[in-house]
Design a protein around this ligand. Structure first.
Ligand SMILES: *Cc1c(COP(=O)(O)O)cnc(C)c1O
Length: 412
């Protein structure tokens, strides 16, 4: 068992330890759920106060220009770009991850639909992918636009035949934390004539991503997880520059128009990434997201990823000793692992509740996964040490068996 003194020594030597002070973490709480809802950056409340009182209250409608509200989706997108290996003009912050998935799956299908191309309609994904990803394929299928095909990871390459229009995968699996080989699968898809759409919800801000280096076509990701944009924060969408001109997304609202303020009857898409916009940008949400992204971008993805590896290895070794016999379903090797460790237990829900009662906040994923998320920007090795202790004690004492820990709330 690594000792508390060892944990503290690792914290003392951690080059990004100072960033923890920039988050408003409640005392007495060990937060292992930054991959579900990122913590609140200290600067966010002040920034929102400023946007509300000065930009909105005093500037009123003038702030679309004077505070560059109109440029926010592009500006925040450009800040996210270096975290995912994209160029500044390839990323835009808008809508939810789900809505961006809809736009980009449909756009990919439209690019692949021509008869000259064999009229490809299959969207290939894996069973157990995040529900919204699979549900959106199903929605497009119900519209007659797509055909859903699911294949487990080891069969994806074989499933990539000449009917596949787009391969849609989540880079880091939300339950297991297993990471796909983005470069290899993107190459395989391209060889088969398919486009690739990566969901980076559990990657952006935690693990290195090189969309340009992998020649990825399209991507989406979440603003409220490792980017700390706040509950329901706007998401982001990426399209490689080479696709911009051909990209036709179906939610053709006025903000994606080439000249929104010309108020014309006919739709003409904006020339670049702006064509992914639909309606008026949510300025309060974007301002909060900008604060979160600013901090993460300042720390930089290399330092975050290095710390994430070190934290998860520390925690994995500690839990193996405090809770021996609790099966870890995340990859043992830190390289193909996202910033989390997941454990399987039939009473994972009650165990998570018992941990929360002790001030350690993990999360639970139905039916039997206890997920420990490691947000490297603000989590300490000492926190991991205490979490491993608490988990060991909860399991050994059986305190999770108390009735109050077994009643499920609306949001699990
Ligand atoms: C969190 C998450 C989403 C979230 O989608 P919303 O539209 O924000 O609800 C989508 N995909 C994956 C893989 C996620 O982990």
């Amino acid at each position: 068992m690594p000792t508390l003194a060892e944990a503290r020594a690792l914290d003392a030597a951690d080059p990004i330890a100072g960033y923890r002070k920039q988050f408003a973490l409640p005392p007495g709480v060990i937060y292992l759920d930054g991959n579900s809802l990122g913590a609140l950056p200290l600067g966010t409340a002040a920034r929102l106060g400023e946007v509300i009182r000065r930009e909105w209250g005093e500037g009123l409608i003038r702030s679309w220009n004077s505070a560059d509200w109109i440029g926010m989706p592009r500006r925040v997108g450009a800040m996210i770009a270096p975290l995912i290996g994209a160029r500044a003009d390839e990323v835009i912050a808008c809508d939810s991850t789900s809505v961006n998935l809809f736009k980009l799956i449909a756009a990919a299908l439209a690019m692949q639909a021509p008869k000259s191309n064999g009229g490809r309609k299959v969207v290939l994904s894996e069973p157990g992918n995040f529900p919204t990803d699979l549900h959106l394929i199903a929605g497009l299928e119900a519209q007659g636009l797509a055909e859903r095909r699911l294949a487990p990871p080891e069969e994806l390459k074989a499933a990539l035949d000449d009917s596949v229009a787009v391969l849609l995968l989540t880079h880091v699996h939300y339950k297991s934390g297993a990471m796909h080989d983005m470069a290899r699968l993107t190459r395989a898809a391209h060889r088969a004539g398919a486009l690739v759409l990566w969901d980076l919800s559990h990657s952006a801000g935690a693990v290195p991503v090189d969309l340009n280096g992998c020649e990825a076509d399209l991507a989406v990701g979440c603003g409220y997880k490792y980017l700390n944009g706040g509950p329901g924060a706007p998401a982001f969408a990426y399209a490689a520059r080479r696709h911009h001109e051909a990209l036709q997304q179906p939610l053709t609202g006025w903000m994606g128009h080439a000249a929104p303020f010309a108020f014309t009857d006919d739709y003409a898409p904006a020339p670049g990434i702006d064509r992914l916009l639909t309606g008026t940008p949510p300025i309060l949400g974007l301002a909060a997201l900008e604060e979160g992204v600013r901090l993460i971008a300042e720390i930089g993805v290399e330092r975050l990823a290095a710390k994430s590896h070190a934290l998860s290895e520390f925690l994995r070794v500690a839990v193996a000793q405090t809770a021996p016999g609790l099966p870890c379903v995340s990859p043992q090797d830190p390289a193909p692992r996202g910033s989390q460790l997941s454990y399987r237990h039939p009473e994972a829900y009650a165990i998570a509740q018992a941990l929360i009662a002790r001030g350690v906040i993990p999360d639970f994923r139905d039916p039997d996964i206890l997920r420990l998320g490691l947000a490297p920007a603000y989590l300490r090795f000492e926190d991991c040490w205490h979490a491993a202790q608490a988990l060991g004690e909860v399991l050994a004492s059986g305190e999770w068996e108390r009735a109050e820990f077994r009643t499920r709330a609306a949001v699990t």
